[in-house]
Design a binder for this molecule. Sequence first.
Ligand SMILES: Nc1nc2c(ncn2[C@@H]2O[C@H](COP(=O)(O)OP(=O)(O)O)[C@@H](O)[C@H]2O)c(=O)[nH]1
Ligand SMILES: [Mg+2]
Length: 264
Amino acid sequence: MQKIVIIPTYNEKENISNIVRAIFALEQQYHVLVIDDSSPDGTADIVREMQDAFPGQLFIEQRKGKQGLGTAYIYGFRWAVARGYEYIFEMDADFSHNPKDLDNLYEACVNGADVAVGSRYVRGGGNVNWPRNRIILSKGASFYTRLIIQLPVKDPTAGFVCYRREVLEAINLNEIKFTGYAFQIEMKFAAWKLGFVIREVPIIFRDRTYGASKMNKGIVKEGIIGVLNLRWQSWFKDYRNRVKKTNAGSFPAVGSELLAKTKQ
Ligand SMILES: Nc1nc2c(ncn2[C@@H]2O[C@H](COP(=O)(O)OP(=O)(O)O)[C@@H](O)[C@H]2O)c(=O)[nH]1
Ligand SMILES: [Mg+2]
């Protein structure tokens, strides 16, 4: 199997089994890795109960306490690269991202993209049922990001993405420290700065029906300051060199450590 969908979860008991089943029902085959931050609602237990029905296809890693979306993905990226997956996806648990769009992201990566971004702000994309304030925030973030750092992506905070493994291998993941929107922006910025091809694929994003958003003011603040920080670093601090993996040997070492840990 070459394709794995990483789903970070925090209190997603109403969604997790349905989203996992929806992915396994697709014609294309995907593996799924859930990164759960010890959700108090028992999300991880639901996943573990499902593992018998999907042996070797459904994986879960549990971390201690809520540590943020960004570090959950970094953990998942390392896990997936260490196991040799070629196409590594980010996707939310709450059905805001339609599992059927996974195939379109995959196609884009097979046909020349290094990073395929599920985008609300290209022709054919959009938001459904999202409150007005969230749409304003999301579009504002897009405008602000393009203005400040010139990232040529219309939906820079998008969290529905397919990365080719080479991209995640080329980026020094130790240097990606943001956790919320800023994490999504920085991953795209780093890929772009390293010369990878980013392509946007239209998606319709739907507000969640079940469970609650974990969005908060801190995430917005991190985004505003984070983008300025990227601007500063790319002008004065040689951002490209900082984020580029120079010691190729360090990555498999981290991966095999993880592999040993998760096999116990
Ligand atoms: N592991 C982990 N997952 C998280 C964390 N915060 C949010 N998530 C998950 O990330 C995804 C997107 O979060 P969500 O609250 O829907 O954000 P929104 O769509 O911007 O309102 C969902 O699957 C959440 O369960 C976290 O701190 N740790
Ligand atoms: Mg959501």
